[in-house]
Design a protein. Structure first.
Length: 127
């Protein structure tokens, strides 16, 4: 299973949108997992390239994310992640509602390529 063709066929989006969206999700996972992300990067080397193809979050979404993290504690941190994803997804001309459609495809890809342990690690961040 290759992730980008899978996203394109299941979600009906372009390859660049699939790369950017997957990159945004993996970037969020990387920021939340810190050192544990190296397990994912070594098992799935293509993830690093996807992260580099993700659009840079900026503007209002970044500001909202920062505020949510400051005031919301743990819950705010996940809200901050989702706010920055929404900004990135709209830069890719994707509805932020698509974020939820990317997650199961990414989780099944990680399960197929990296096994249950990696899948559980990522699911902890994305669920």
């Amino acid at each position: 299973m290759e992730l980008i063709p899978e996203l394109v066929s299941q979600l009906g989006i372009g390859a660049d949108q699939a790369k950017g969206g997957a990159g945004l999700l993996f970037k969020l996972v990387q920021s939340k997992l810190g050192g544990d992300f190296s397990k994912i990067a070594s098992a799935l080397p293509e993830v690093t390239g996807l992260i580099q193809s993700a659009p840079q979050a900026g503007g209002a979404a970044q500001l909202l994310g920062g505020l949510a993290a400051k005031f919301g504690g743990g819950k705010g941190a996940s809200l901050a992640g989702l706010a920055s994803l929404a900004g990135g997804f709209s830069q890719l001309k994707l509805d932020p509602g698509m974020i939820g459609k990317f997650v199961p495809v990414i989780l099944s890809f990680v399960q197929a390529k990296g096994g249950g342990e990696l899948q559980a690690l990522i699911a902890k961040v994305l669920k």
